[in-house]
Design a binder for this molecule. Structure first.
Ligand code: PXG
Length: 451
């Protein structure tokens, strides 16, 4: 691939490959650098590749560009913000847009999830939520509650807290002993019991009862919180069984355990409501978001807490000048992120994008399940504007078949995401029915001649 002029000027003397210095995240670096795939522009539903091709975005970037690419309102808000107030100190000082966005988010979230702590990513949101949960018990006199419970196949980002409660083996096994005192619930996915379910599977609510076994083993007085994704995204779109989240909520209530929903993927309309907790009618004590908060435009995340949690910190911290929570980031509530977040919420509301996602869900479901009888397909599943197609792995090479499909779809002009042998789809909420059909037809054609 030709070296762009600018990169040529800055490339190190003698560098054989200008792509070499960037150590890419969660990427097969050697494969990529031998066969680069570069996007140079994006607008609405499409990326433009470096060689000038249009690629339909079937994944909203990485599950984040919910409003579609380069929406003028968001672009202009960020441009204006950097000229007006580029940065303001985040500790002991503030700027109006952080308060304004927190207030809008609090109004948008159900129940009394009405206080918002800003971060810069989903990983930071998760580690913040775990720390708030443990500290909450300490400030309310239950400091022995330190144990955290996650779930197998859970993804909660890449901080040490997040990988400790997470349950994706490759994300954990290289990184030492992780946090102490963490247990994992079983995941809820079973091809035997739920293959080809439309929407929420009927089977699996009883798996929440394993939490009772953990309480019996450790005693509730040692357990701070349970964290789950309402719908597990990264593991390949594992849809929660009917009644499962309700049961988790009941058991947590019974034992004074905080329930954390990680809504980094499910927040901001992905399932047709503002948040998954609203859709499922199950309210967590703490909720993490990122991605769609700014429609992917500026890195940002947030943690919502219910009123009693915030109040506990305010009431137990000592005198008025005492800091209530020793936690925060240089860029908590960064002006560019706040401007982007406010503009994204405007676009979501004005274009009715959450309702649009809900309205498209039926067509999306039919489209995803139309791939049921294609070669190698062992499951199709969906909820809201999330879909997954699970492939039979090649016996000698797990993940290879799905990766090849990903490459071929990209060549055919459609961006999909694969995890293991699962194709995960999550388009921007502005997608049209014919674009949904294009995604599914492309995948179908690729499957037809995939070995
Ligand atoms: N929690 C959840 C539920 C996530 O999905 C994170 C936390 C971490 O967010 P940050 O912003 O730190 O990356 C995530 C991120 C994929 C994929 O294709 C998923 C994520 C990120 C990148 C790729 O499955 N989820």
């Amino acid at each position: 691939m030709a070296l762009p002029d600018e990169a040529a000027q800055t490339a190190k003397e003698g560098a054989t490959n200008w792509l070499e210095p960037f150590w890419m995240p969660f990427t097969a670096n050697r494969q990529f650098k031998a066969h680069p795939r570069l996007f140079v522009a994006a607008k609405d539903m499409h990326y433009t590749t470096q060689d000038g091709r249009q690629v339909l975005d079937g994944t909203a970037g990485l599950w984040c560009v919910n409003a579609g690419h380069a929406r003028p309102r968001i672009v202009e808000a960020v441009q204006a913000q950097i000229a007006e107030l580029d940065y303001a100190p985040a500790f002991q000082m503030g700027h109006p847009k952080a308060f304004e966005l927190a207030a809008r988010l609090a109004t948008m979230a159900p129940s009394d999830l009405d206080h918002v702590f800003f971060t810069n990513s989903g990983s930071e949101s998760v580690d913040t939520a775990l720390k708030i949960a443990i500290a909450y018990h300490r400030v309310t006199g239950a400091g022995a509650r330190q144990r955290l419970i996650g779930r197998a196949r859970g993804y909660h980002g890449v901080g040490f807290g997040g990988i400790s409660v997470g349950g994706i083996v490759n994300n954990r096994k290289f990184f030492g002993s992780l946090l102490n005192g963490v247990d994992h619930l079983p995941h809820t996915h079973s091809l035997e019991h739920m293959a080809f379910s439309r929407g929420q599977p009927e089977w699996g609510a009883h798996l929440a009862d394993v939490l009772e076994d953990m309480v019996a083993l450790h005693d509730a007085s040692t357990i701070a919180a349970v964290i789950v994704e309402p719908l597990a995204g990264s593991a390949g779109a594992l849809i929660p069984p009917k009644g499962y989240l309700e049961r988790l909520r009941q058991i947590c209530d019974k034992h004074g355990i905080l329930l954390i929903f990680d809504e980094v993927i499910t927040g901001f309309g992905r399932l047709g409501d503002s948040f998954a907790c609203e859709r499922f009618g199950v309210i967590p004590d703490i909720m993490t978001v990122a991605k769609g908060l700014t429609s992917g435009t500026v890195p940002a995340g947030a943690v919502f807490v219910r009123k009693h949690i915030y109040d506990a910190f305010m009431e137990n911290a000592g005198g008025e000048n005492a800091i209530e929570l020793f936690h925060g980031y240089t860029y908590s509530g960064h002006p560019l992120a706040m401007a982007a977040g406010l503009a994204a919420l405007d676009v979501y509301a004005e274009d009715g994008l959450f309702e649009r996602a809900a309205g498209l869900a039926g067509h999306w479901e039919d489209a995803i399940h139309s791939l049921k009888d294609k070669p190698w397909v062992i499951d199709t599943r969906n909820l809201g504007l999330i879909g997954a197609i699970e492939l039979e792995p090649r016996p000698d090479a797990p993940t290879a078949r799905a990766f090849e499909l990903f490459l071929r779809c990209y060549e055919a002009g459609v961006l999909v995401r694969t995890t293991g042998d699962i194709i995960a789809l999550s388009p921007p909420l502005i997608i049209s029915e014919s674009q949904i059909d294009q995604i599914v037809e492309t995948i179908g054609q690729v499957l037809d001649d995939l070995a």
